[in-house]
Design a protein. Sequence first.
Lengths: 219, 305
Amino acid sequence: MKNWIQAFSVIDFISVGILLTAVSMNALKRLESCVKVYTLNSWLLASLIAIVSFMIGEAHLYVAAALTLTTKGVLLPVFLKRIVRQMKVTRDDEPYINNALSLTISGVLVAVVYVSLGEGIFVSGFSRNVLQISIAVIVIGLFTMITRRKAITQVIGLLFMENGLFLAGFSLTFGMPLIIELGVLFDMLMGVIILGIFVVQIKRSFLSTDLDKLTTLRG
Amino acid sequence: MEYLQFIVIIIFSPLIQGIIKKVKAAMQGRVGPGVFQPYYDLVRLLKKEMVISGVTSWVFRATPFIVFASTVAAAMIIPVITTRSPFSAMGDVIALIYIFALGRFFMALAGLDAGTAFGGEGSSREMAVAMLVEPMMMLSIFTAAIAAGSTNIAVIAEKQDIFYSPSHVLALSAFIVAVVAETGRIPVDNPDTHLELTMIHEGMLLEYSGRYLALMEWAHFMKQMLLFTLAVDIFFPLGIPAATGLPGLAASFGIYSLKMVLMAVLMAAIESSRAKLRFFQLPSLLGGAFVLALLSLLTYIMMGK
């Protein structure tokens, strides 16, 4: 089994898949597909953690994988989907930068990250590739937050950044202590729920989730 | 013997077209024309009288020959069933792409030459698509070229030993999109219709008839088969390398025809499962494929495989 994982470079495929899902977020207009891509990203992240823990034989990492799967792979997507349905907004039609261009820019961002990290200081087989990919995911998440107008897509960009950070931490330390991970996940869950409530409130008082409208004060 | 491998492309390219049409018909629940129908069409067109518009210049009359000859030249430098071809010294992949570009340039000129609205429309669209497809094709080929350390197609085919790595899969998927766009198949262009305002490739050929049309169609079939061959050479060269002597060539030809049929089935599957995109949505598709190719190159450079 371990030989198979190595022979078919499963870890490389999954980490590239994580990068691809983050990049493809820039091409999507329908909010539901954005949520779907985020779900896929989280599942890939969880499976990467599970496979690495299988490879190095650390039992506590399975718990981290399971936690990731339940919170980021199931709970958050279900919650996000409910918000999307509640808002009756299905598309983020006018991002600040159009989709084809923002795809290309995110490709360039990946190149910049790879070049600037270069060989890196953390040259140890597993972590080198995954660290670069995770930082690329963080940068792309940030880029998504900058280019999108709708509150929901910005939240998803934030979640992508969080996934990237999680992956970066994981690639450097093979998992933080369980209590910290639990805390981070709980924090994020609460954060997203609060953001979700905010989004609904914004929609109710401005009749739009377009964040540009927030520049006019109402008191 | 090895000199003559490009004959395979010339002879069998209409058959590939026929197979694609047959498989597509089967997938859509129709009987469809027989696999040899493109041959009958070509023969019929070759027998027919030509009608040439009086306002056309020499460009219109020279184009079918230039397009056909450039496609045959491209067929000569590509390794079809063996990499040990005397012509393969010239088989540079960048040269190949520009030989295709020469044919396309004259085809676009001929489309403009007759002065019809459809011709000009087809030409401008073809050039717009080409502008997006060429860099993407280059990038996805460069991933394989860097791995082999050469842009010579024969060397790439001989040295290619990684069949299963992320960069390879990404480059292959980008290349498939490039092939779909270059052969004018469904998400990009509809090959079956002359009636819609959406046509790209057919728009340029609208003024041609008789022998010239046969040459243009045949060149298009050949280009399609060449692109399939290029995909196979670069990404799945299993079975091609260094096959010499009659038994070796025969075995290689068997494997090659199997791969071609698989490519034809893949194209038919893509065509049957996708809807045609609006022209202004194409930059999204092709831009996405461009990013795939870029990521494949970056991944190769980062991971080293």
